[in-house]
Design a protein around this ligand. Sequence first.
Ligand code: MN
Length: 322
Amino acid sequence: MLKDDLTLIRNRLDSAGTIAVFAHIRPDGDSVGAALALGWALEDEGKKVEFVSEDPIPERFWFLFQFTADGKNPFIPEPVNADCYVVPDISSPDRVGAFFQNHPEIKTDICIDHHVSNTGFSKLKWVEPDTPAACCVLADIMPKMGFTLTKRISSALLCGIITDTNSFSNSDVNTKALRLAADLIDNGAELFKICRTAYKEHSIQEMEYWRIGMNNMHIEGELAWSYILTSERKAAGIESDEDNGFTNYMGNTTGIKTSILFTETNNNSVKISWRSVPGYDVAKVAVSFGGGGHKAASGATVNGAIDTVIRDVIDKTKEMLF
Ligand SMILES: [Mn+2]
């Protein structure tokens, strides 16, 4: 059972002293939005909150920090005084990074998520695998738990919904998600500004990154794939191994059912991103490589030389999906 009573979740939050709310590693808009929204709602009720992110928050989401008390980034790499551990948009504890591995005595108290691969690991949980964003889940259940969706909370939630749904264009977007988003806009969230800042804008470095991805691209029937070497990434002025939207871009090619991007990381492993159209479940392929995600968008990180990893992953993807 992946849904506990919301009253139990609310009571656990009420009884906590200091609550740690985590973003996941390589935080995306849904993760940042969900952590901020939940944390701010708790702060509004006078709770002490620690916003935790092992990885840095990408610059495109910094505009949300205008809503913090001091206008600064509230995220810290590890919890300090927490007695309640909340993990939104997280399908397994390792998705927050090393913290729960380094502290096996600490278990997550509350998980609110939308990943089909969620293992049900948390003491209390509310998982809706058919909902397009964790921020959609929160926009729905936070008022039911008695939280008020203020302008800043609505902005954070809309940021998560826009980015995780590719601006309401993914196959899992439903009218409920649109209605929840409309309510958030009624509460003061600025649709255009959030779309432009968190979703559409890209840097010149990202354009350079796309140029490399295009050069390395291969089309094999209905599969498009490419790779980015560490040396190429650094030459383009990009330090991170994020996919910068390039996997989606390949996946939007006419006739392509699945796209894969292989990114060489700084520690001799390869980060793999899959995207697919309905009918091609890339989550099961990602899970077979120790990763996870959604039917239409998944990821994994595999140790090994990039050419070997590319071959293994492409063979497996074809075997499982085509
Ligand atoms: Mn998400």
